[in-house]
Design a protein around this ligand. Structure first.
Ligand code: AMP
Ligand code: ZN
Length: 490
């Protein structure tokens, strides 16, 4: 455990920073709403998941054991937030003439691959909504028993008015007043199954053409979107847990409904610290699937797009994102990422030169102060831009020591190196590009060596020679030995 740390987290529910104390003695529980897997993740989604990756990393750096749960929404998220509309996954499956679970699998794989490229650590548990239908049905039964829900034509709705009448406050997180909400929504047309427009679906009876359906005591149907998160967070983290995160756009109605469900079913405040990330924007507009203002992460990496002048390494994009605090809006533009690339390279060049720092008998730099300042920045609600500023102070120290303007002794040099590594690699998750490139080069080379072997087995000498000669032109030398072929760089 890092001593004397004083982590403060901005709690969206209270609207202020609060000292962090974990509920469980054994572990910190963190739940983050995961993606709805009906299309590719965009960079806005990546920003949110990367922000919580840093939270996860920093808590671990402080010595906490963290149980990080991030779900996959594979049913129940409807096209519009109203409780009508088609299920997003069903719709995609219908359009592509695929089984809904094929859509789920395809985009879950894609999601994992993208987050892996950005060096986000996988969560401890990644539950799916369809894998927790029994728990969701049980939770609905509890809410019905306690009078917070009602059945209507095979569907079940949460009764928001009843909940408020019991002294709770639907709207506490998004700071909405239920009476205003009622006044500002159209009245129901008499055909509606709901008692009030604010009531939200816990279970929806499936229409005959709806392909995703399961049996329940009320109808063949499917769960409402908000229910899965309440049920899965309770199952893996307990009725009360430490941190719940997601993008700001999930505050209402999604998280508001989660609070109501949890308080209705369990009678306790479920979450100690509600954390919400701000939006990634581009051209002044939120990046969002529905408006089409999106950049696919792979296109930004490859450069295969019309907006950016070239491709960028995932670590440069990660660095770009961490240069903004998670609660600030971040504007994505060509110039901003180019500037981030320069900064990233400057930081990494200095970091990689640390082995060569000359050692003196006495230090003139104070490494402990630098370490404490760096921790203090992260302790202040995970302030990554301020930590990066401290790292650049470290870069200045490195340069001054190389130039002989400052001195460092052996002990301080080791600590300096250890903490640069801890902050750059463990906390910010910035892997060195160099190391990654070597891994990628190795993978590509193994493929080429295999292809050349196949050509030789087929006595296709022309292809085998072409592979060897073209690689040699680029300074990559193949060597055939009795254990196979190896390569070296000239
Ligand atoms: P979704 O798959 O749409 O439920 O989104 C997954 C996560 O990404 C949620 O936490 C959203 O709040 C978040 N998100 C969506 N758009 C953006 C954006 N433009 N910037 C940051 N986070 C976003
Ligand atoms: Zn959720």
């Amino acid at each position: 455990m890092v001593e004397n740390h004083n982590l403060k987290i901005y709690n969206s529910l209270q609207g202020e920073k609060e000292k962090f104390e974990s509920i469980h003695p054994e572990f910190v529980g963190m739940y983050v709403c995961g993606p709805t897997v009906y299309s590719h993740v965009h960079l806005g989604n990546v920003r949110t998941f990367m922000s919580f990756d840093v939270v996860f990393r920093y808590l671990k750096h402080l010595g906490y054991k963290v149980r990080y749960v991030r779900n996959i929404t594979d049913v129940g998220h409807l096209e519009s937030d109203a409780d009508t509309g088609e299920d997003k996954i069903s719709k995609k499956a219908r359009l592509e003439q695929l089984e809904p679970m094929e859509i789920v699998q395809q985009y879950s794989n894609d999601f994992h691959q993208v987050l892996n490229q950005f060096n986000c650590i996988p969560p401890s548990v990644e539950p799916t909504a369809t894998g927790h239908l029994i728990e969701q049905i049980e939770c609905i039964k509890t809410l019905l028993d306690k009078g917070f829900a009602y059945e209507s034509n095979g569907s079940v709705y949460f009764d928001v008015k009843k909940y408020n009448a019991e002294g709770y406050h639907y709207g506490e997180l998004s700071k909405r007043d239920i009476d205003d909400l009622i006044a500002n929504t159209r009245t129901l047309d008499g055909q509606s199954e709901k008692k009030n427009p604010q009531d939200f679906a816990l279970w929806k009876k499936a229409s005959p053409e709806h392909i995703m359906r399961w049996p329940s005591p009320w109808s063949d149907g499917f769960p409402g979107w908000h229910l899965e998160c309440s049920v899965m967070s309770t199952k893996y983290l307990g009725e009360r847990f430490d941190i719940h995160g997601g993008g700001m756009d999930l505050k209402f109605p999604h998280h508001e409904c989660e609070i109501a469900q949890a308080k209705g079913a369990n009678g306790v405040e479920p979450v100690n610290y509600w954390m919400h990330t701000n939006m990634l924007i581009m051209n002044g507009q939120k990046m969002s699937k529905s408006t089409g203002n999106i950049v696919n992460p792979k296109e930004l990496i490859s450069g295969d797009n019309n907006i950016f002048e070239k491709g960028f390494h995932p670590m440069v994009i990660r660095f770009f994102m961490l240069q903004a605090h998670y609660r600030s809006v971040l504007d994505l533009s060509n110039d901003a990422v180019i500037a981030a690339e320069k900064g990233y390279n400057r930081l990494m060049d200095a970091y990689h030169s640390m082995d060569d720092l000359p050692v003196s008998e006495k230090s003139t730099v104070d490494i402990q102060v630098w370490i404490d300042n760096s921790h203090a920045k992260m302790d202040d609600d995970f302030n990554t831009p301020m930590l990066i500023a401290e790292l650049f102070d470290g870069v200045k120290m490195i340069q001054a020591i190389h130039d002989g303007k400052q001195a460092i002794n052996e002990h301080d040099k080791q600590r300096f190196k250890i903490y640069m590594k801890a902050f750059i690699e463990d906390v910010l998750g910035l892997e060195s590009i160099e190391n990654q490139n070597i891994e990628q080069l190795d993978a590509a080379m193994q493929l080429l060596i295999e292809m050349r072997k196949k050509a030789r087995d087929n006595k296709d000498w022309a292809t085998s020679d072409e592979i060897r000669d073209k690689l040699a032109e680029k300074g990559i030398i193949l060597k055939d030995g009795k254990d196979g072929t190896t390569f070296s760089l000239t």
